[in-house]
Design a protein around this ligand. Structure first.
Ligand code: CUA
Length: 310
């Protein structure tokens, strides 16, 4: 299941936001109802005509006092939420991931004290349940915003600056995230997915990501890799363990293990991948990926090779 819902928090940060939201909604509803009641009363009195204004100063004073109290309460509630979120940022042993916003995709660099354990992926954030995940947010081009409604967040990624947000998932699941700051024509198609795994499952996934791409075995796969390395693909995309080491576009070392293509735009199937390679602008107008006029044999070889990148 692939949810995006602020009303069903799957982590402590989203839980705090939801509490604050209910408090704010309750207070605003009370104010709204009180204003309508006062309006109704005033109209009713007006129709009777000529009523005295003896009570007016009292009514104004109590409305003022109640509004002030309500606003103060909201300030305190949001400060308490803010403190709770700040405490989360300081939790021990976080998994640190660098998130870089690009038009229009997400680069994810998993940090580690040992350089050999670093790896880079795109658009699909895998995290272990129960462990805080510290995200270092930066942007490559324009301002983007990181938001996973079920887990929390909504923090801007600003070029030349560094922002941090800590998330934690309480239960396994797949949560949809979305760029929340207008960043150009394909802003709406700048989505991502967060896969929250039980810790052992996460470790197995991370171990797999650290491996270079498997060697092609048959003729078509070998031809596919050759095409990838010698054609325009390798100018932007990297595949670990091959000659392709472009850094401008998503790393494709484990492309076949991803659920979607083009930042959550289409499912990662052979057909969609073919369409994306031949004519990416029909899927996502304005992307940097150019169209490729490949012969049917070359396309078949390329797809055969990309399909091995588990
Ligand atoms: Cu990136 Cu909107």
């Amino acid at each position: 299941m692939n949810v995006q819902d602020v009303l069903s928090p799957a982590g402590p940060a989203a839980g705090r936001f939801l509490e604050l939201w209910w408090i704010t909604l309750a207070i605003c509803t009370l104010v709204f109802v009180a204003v309508l009641a006062a309006l109704g009363y005033a109209l009713w009195r007006g129709r009777r005509g000529g009523a005295s204004d003896r009570l007016a100063p009292v009514a104004v004073a109590s409305a003022l006092a109640l509004s002030t109290a309500g606003l103060l309460f909201l300030i305190v509630a949001s400060a308490v939420t803010d403190r709770a979120l700040a405490r989360m940022d300081g939790e021990d042993n976080p998994l640190t991931i660098e998130v870089i916003g690009h038009r229009w995709w997400w680069e994810l660099r998993y940090q580690d004290a040992q350089p050999s354990r670093l790896f880079t992926t795109a658009n699909e954030l895998h995290i272990p349940v129960g462990r805080p995940v510290a995200l270092k947010l930066t942007a490559d081009d324009v301002i983007h915003s990181f938001w996973v409604p079920n887990l929390g967040g909504k923090k801007d990624l600003i070029p030349g600056r560094e922002a941090w947000v800590t998330l934690k998932a309480d239960k396994p699941g797949v949560y949809r995230g979305q760029c929340a700051e207008f960043c150009g024509a394909q802003h709406a198609k700048m989505a991502f997915q967060v896969f929250a795994h039980p810790p052992e499952e996460y470790e197995a996934w991370a171990e797999q990501q650290r491996k270079p791409a498997p060697e092609p075995v048959d003729a078509a796969q070998k031809r596919g890799r050759e095409l990838f390395e010698s054609g325009t693909c390798a100018m932007c995309h990297g595949i670990q363990g091959t000659k392709a080491n472009g850094r401008r576009a998503p790393d494709l070392t484990h492309l076949a293990g991803r659920a979607t293509l083009a930042a959550g735009t289409v499912p990662n199937t052979r057909g969609h991948l073919a369409g994306w390679i031949l004519d990416p602008h029909s899927v996502k107008p304005g992307v940097n990926m150019p169209a490729h006029a490949l012969s049917p044999e070359d396309l078949h070889s390329l797809l055969a090779y990309l399909g091995t990148l588990k």
